[in-house]
Design a protein around this ligand. Structure first.
Ligand SMILES: NC(=O)c1ccc[n+]([C@@H]2O[C@H](COP(=O)([O-])OP(=O)(O)OC[C@H]3O[C@@H](n4cnc5c(N)ncnc54)[C@H](O)[C@@H]3O)[C@@H](O)[C@H]2O)c1
Length: 273
């Protein structure tokens, strides 16, 4: 059986004002960001909101979400909250359904929710392996599966996976994390191929070492700090604010022809032997 990729209409390119700031605007768009209560997800949510999008912040931590909501409200930024565990299919389906009914279809999905487990492979239990895959990979699957039909129906959508440079080079033990991120990066290309003809793009952003709760233990380790100074060409940690503009770019008209890409943002660490 062959996969018919023919599309009845020739998709139009956006108007060619793309070097101007306005094509990075997201006014009228709705973006759903998983794991948005802190760290990179919060940085992305805030940046998308500042670019004009209505942002739906998801996280498993409802209390932290409420704090973020107060912050966004104080700045007059349009948003809503959706507390659920991305690895729970029923919760994802219900939340997306509610979002579509209340704020309309989701134009931009950022699959960011994640956790870490730095146990060695031989110490790791099967349950710990499964948990890592179920949050990173199944979570992205559930959200994409729930949101993509609406995008395809409207012939427009942007899906952004948060991968990691760990898929290319490993510094600390984290086998299930690396496996999950590798699968996400491959899934990006498969979706770029399959959904592209329907006007939906899918890309990965792969951050390098970034200062968030996830890397707290490494930030507190003087040896790791020394590694950052000596082995990252820009000689510092990344911050969520270093990562977030890439999501705005990929979500906006400026990124209209970017599809299936893996955008590495790592201060150059992968470039250095
Ligand atoms: N920090 C880094 O150096 C780095 C590097 C590469 C990739 N990443 C990736 O970036 C993403 C964000 O990480 P971060 O560094 O901001 O971490 P973080 O711990 O600061 O934030 C992760 C957020 O995800 C939420 N979350 C965890 N499990 C969830 C679930 N089941 N359902 C919903 N929300 C859940 C957490 O509550 C938290 O708010 C992750 O996918 C991570 O793997 C981080």
């Amino acid at each position: 059986m062959t996969f018919d990729r023919a599309h009845p209409e020739t998709p139009a390119a956006p108007s060619d004002e793309r070097a101007s700031g306005s094509t990075f605007r997201l006014d009228g768009k709705t973006a759903l960001i998983s794991g948005a209560a802190r760290g990179i997800g919060w940085g992305i949510a805030e940046a998308l909101a500042r670019a004009g999008a209505h942002v739906i912040l998801n996280d498993i931590d409802a209390a932290a979400l409420a704090e973020r909501s107060r912050d966004l409200s104080a700045r007059g930024l349009s948003h809503s909250l959706a507390a659920f565990d991305v690895s729970c299919e029923e919760a994802v389906v219900a939340a997306v359904q509610q979002a579509v009914e209340t704020v309309g279809a989701v134009d931009v999905l950022v699959n960011n929710a994640g956790l870490q487990n730095r146990k060695g492979f031989l110490e790791l239990s099967y349950a710990e392996w499964r948990r890592m895959l179920s949050v990173h990979l199944d979570g992205a699957y559930h959200l994409t599966r729930a949101v993509a039909p609406h995008m395809v129906a409207r012939k427009h959508g942007r899906i952004i996976m948060i991968g990691s440079i760990a898929t290319q080079s490993v510094k600390v033990p984290s086998t299930p994390y690396v496996a999950a991120k590798g699968a996400l990066t491959a899934l990006t290309r498969a979706l770029a191929f399959e959904l592209g003809p329907s006007g939906v793009t899918c890309n990965t952003i792969s951050p390098g070492m970034t200062q968030t709760e996830l890397t707290r233990a490494l930030q507190d380790d003087p040896a790791y700090e020394k590694f950052i100074r000596e082995r990252v060409p820009l000689q510092r940690w990344g911050t969520p604010a270093d990562i977030a503009p890439a999501a705005v770019y990929l979500a906006s008209d400026a990124g209209a022809f970017v599809n299936g890409a893996n955008l590495v943002i790592d201060g150059g660490v992968l470039a250095m032997l």
